[in-house]
Write a new protein. Structure first.
Length: 236
């Protein structure tokens, strides 16, 4: 099995996903939030790229949620903080979500045979599901403003580590994959601190979202694996 890591959404050409399983990573915060929403009992999450698309789908009992530049979009029901997506807010509801980078990355990955959502929170479960699908794997780091984001690279390294432990055969990976595996192994117990000092982490902390960084930095606290079915992410 071959694993390819793509460092940011701008590098995600569609042909790199054909006949593969894609795992989309946006640790701070879209993919962490999607995991939290499904864990809280949301019926599903419809990822869209623009604010206008989200508003157009608001009818029919849907919740609309999202952010631009780490801030909740005015008039939306929810932002992009995992802590907002509680059972009281989302149980049984369909959520239309748009974010600056994460939902765009999900759409970029749609040429894959299977699209999963990965985070530090659900890495082990996500790796297990990806192996069961028996395809080569592409790890798409959403990044930030078309550039590499440290937190997504750490998560890619963690996913590769989990895949290595679970796979009965050796894994091949591209150079970025090898580098991200090394990054994760060097992090040790400092993942939370590394997220705090990352570019996105600093922006969130400045906006008063420090609790999100703590939540998103926790490793393997969830067994939820979001998976695209049609136009919606559901629990696999």
């Amino acid at each position: 099995m071959h694993i390819e890591v793509i460092s940011n959404v701008n590098e995600a050409q569609s042909e790199r996903f054909t006949h593969r399983t894609a795992i989309v990573i946006d640790v701070l915060r879209a993919t962490s939030t999607i995991v939290a929403a499904l864990e809280a009992g949301a019926a599903g999450i419809v990822p869209v790229e623009t604010v206008l698309e989200a508003r157009a789908l608001q009818s029919g009992g849907n919740l609309i949620a999202g952010e631009r530049f780490c801030r909740k979009i005015p008039g939306f029901d929810l932002g992009n903080s995992p802590e907002e997506f509680t059972a009281d807010n989302v149980l049984g509801r369909r959520i239309v979500l748009t974010t600056t980078n994460g939902t765009r990355a999900i759409h970029k990955a749609m040429r894959a045979d299977h699209v999963l959502v990965g985070s530090l929170n659900n890495a082990a479960a996500c790796a297990r599901t990806a192996l069961e699908l028996r395809r080569d794997i592409v790890l798409l780091c959403a990044g930030s403003h078309d550039e590499f984001a440290l937190e997504d690279g750490l998560c890619a390294g963690l996913l590769i580590s989990e895949l290595q432990q679970l796979s009965p055969a050796p894994l091949e990976m591209n150079d970025i994959g090898s580098a991200m595996l090394g990054l994760y192994k060097s992090a040790g117990t400092t993942i939370h601190e590394m997220l705090q000092t990352s570019t996105t982490g600093k922006r969130l902390y400045k906006n008063g979202s420090g609790r999100d960084i703590e939540r998103c930095s926790q490793v393997n606290i969830s067994g939820i694996v979001p998976r695209m079915q049609g136009d919606m992410l559901v629990q696999s």
